[in-house]
Ligand binder design. Structure first.
Ligand code: FAD
Length: 474
């Protein structure tokens, strides 16, 4: 028979659960087919994330081709796509894929399972995207956690899944090429490729693995010390690769452990592994609360009287708030589709506590702009910052954006990189340029109110209003 491996957000050929399991199931005369489904509406909303994903997809398709494992494309509605598959490959008897446990992907996977239920095709959804799946880390009574610290204790206790080796010789041996019968899909793929800009040169498995090597060889020991300073490239920047599956989370985990060996100084690596556990945690939270993209997890905050102010929102989006660190962060997001974690917390806090705007608006804007957009982590991050999540920042602990700036970008290097209007502003004023005396503004060619805005709100006033807004809810 023919076994199909359906690629999705797992665009790699190393440590791949679905492919590895499919290979183990093959008998001597069985054929193997690589599949990719193109949803016709995929291109209706073309964002940086789509662009980045298509680049990764192209690299993956090319790599598969090189390894003798040509990718077949199907398109149309899910049902039409499966008809194409069954018509063109009548002896398909197994379908393997790495399942989504949350969001739209989980719904689609259920449709797939339902569709094939009454056919002779066996479907094998695999857990692959996280180190531990959403239901693997449980309390003694079998229920799921709501608080990270106790989740993490349990997470650490569990045996970790092993690397899912992919024998590329075996892939080549069994792979078949029936692409001539899949013209419609091939055209749809061509269209995707034409729509991408090609600007994401570093997308894909090869670059992702290089970045991982680079991080584990040098930066990871200082991770704990440097991870909070956006001017220093102290974090791994692996999130876009984890999102597209160009690098597997298990591989990241084991590469770190291997590099560490029995060295005692494990603080950096330990903190890093804890971040991977946060990723698993938010996947579990979203699994547990599928409505959390639209609903505050804490009930009493469900009908907050958020500000609706297009002008303020635009200023936040564009990075024109007059708070240099917030502006630099938003411009980083707009320019490179990625933002440093410390700054994601700062801008999310700013939107919800200084502008008193609905966190959903911010969550959606991140969805449009981030190349690493991961619904579970993004919703988790936003509900954390807006104090509405299961294990969130308490509402009364409000970030002071200027203080954040002084602490985490002390010399203002990050600010100057992304807010060129401020490039000549001396360190003394870089966090509050509105305080520059007029002569100095002239000297550094940065007139406040003209070249760079006055702060759009007064932090201490807004802080008080935020406290009232939340307190009112009990
Ligand atoms: P590193 O510090 O090198 O961490 C390694 C990996 O651990 C990351 O790649 C990521 O997969 C995981 N990780 C780290 N921190 C977190 C965290 N707090 N929650 C979940 N996973 C984490 N992360 C996303 O991948 N996609 C998102 O859409 C996303 N949205 C966020 C929104 C807000 C408001 C906040 C506060 C955080 C968000 N995060 C999101 C988490 C975090 O900011 C990013 O994962 C991190 O900045 C990615 O950079 P890195 O790979 O250099 O991280």
């Amino acid at each position: 028979g023919t076994t199909v491996v359906w690629f999705r957000r797992d665009l790699r050929l190393h440590d791949h659960t679905a492919l590895s399991k499919a290979l183990s199931s093959l008998e001597k005369d069985d054929s193997l087919v690589a599949l990719f489904y193109i949803q016709p509406t995929l291109n209706d909303t073309f964002t940086a994330r789509h662009d980045y994903y298509y680049e990764t997809l192209m690299k993956h398709v090319e790599k598969c081709e090189k390894k003798g494992f040509p990718v077949h494309f199907v398109t149309g509605s899910l049902e039409e796509a499966f008809h194409q598959l069954q018509n063109q490959l009548p002896d398909v008897d197994q379908l393997f894929f790495n399942a989504d446990e949350t969001g739209g992907g989980a719904k689609r996977d259920q449709e797939v399972i339902d569709y094939f239920h009454s056919t002779s095709i066996n479907v094998f959804p695999c857990i692959d995207h996280t180190i531990h799946g959403a239901t693997e880390v449980k309390k003694q009574d079998g229920s799921l956690y709501k608080v990270f610290s106790s989740y993490y204790k349990q997470w650490q206790q569990l045996d970790k899944p092993s690397i899912q080796q992919v024998d590329l010789d075996k892939v080549k041996e069994h792979a078949i090429d029936k692409r001539d019968s899949f013209k419609r899909g091939a055209n749809a793929y061509q269209k995707l490729m034409e729509s991408k800009t090609g600007k994401w040169k570093y997308a894909g498995e090869e670059h992702g693995l290089e970045r991982l090597e680079d991080f584990t060889h040098s930066k990871m020991y200082d991770y704990k010390k440097k991870r909070d300073f956006p001017a220093v490239a102290g974090t791994s920047m692996l999130s876009p690769y984890l999102r597209t599956g160009a690098v597997s989370a298990r591989t990241v985990y084991y590469t770190i452990l291997d590099e560490l060996g029995d060295q005692a100084n494990g603080q950096g690596p330990e903190t890093y592994i804890q971040e991977l556990a946060w990723r698993d945690f938010y996947n579990m939270v979203f699994y547990q609360f599928p409505e959390s993209k639209d609903q505050e997890l804490i009930e009493k905050y469900r009908d907050m009287d958020w500000n609706q102010d297009d002008e303020l929102f635009e200023a936040w989006k564009k990075g024109e708030t007059g708070f240099p660190i917030i502006d630099a962060a938003m411009r980083q997001l707009n320019q490179i589709g990625w933002m440093h974690n410390r700054l994601r917390m700062a801008v999310a806090s700013f939107l919800t506590k200084d502008l008193l705007m609905n966190w959903r608006e911010g969550e959606r804007y991140f969805e449009e702009q981030l190349i690493d957009y991961e619904p579970a982590s993004n919703i988790g991050g936003w509900q954390w910052a807006s104090s509405t999540g299961t294990d969130a920042a308490p509402y009364f602990r409000i970030f002071n954006p200027t203080r954040q700036s002084e602490r985490f970008d002390p010399d203002g290097d990050f600010i100057r990189k992304y807010v060129p209007e401020l490039k000549d502003v001396p360190k003394k004023y870089i966090h509050s340029p509105e305080k520059m005396p007029e002569e100095l503004q002239e000297e550094v060619s940065c007139e406040i109110g003209k070249d760079y805005p006055h702060p759009i709100v007064d932090h201490s006033t807004m802080r008080k209003r935020a406290l009232e807004l939340y307190k009112e809810k009990g």
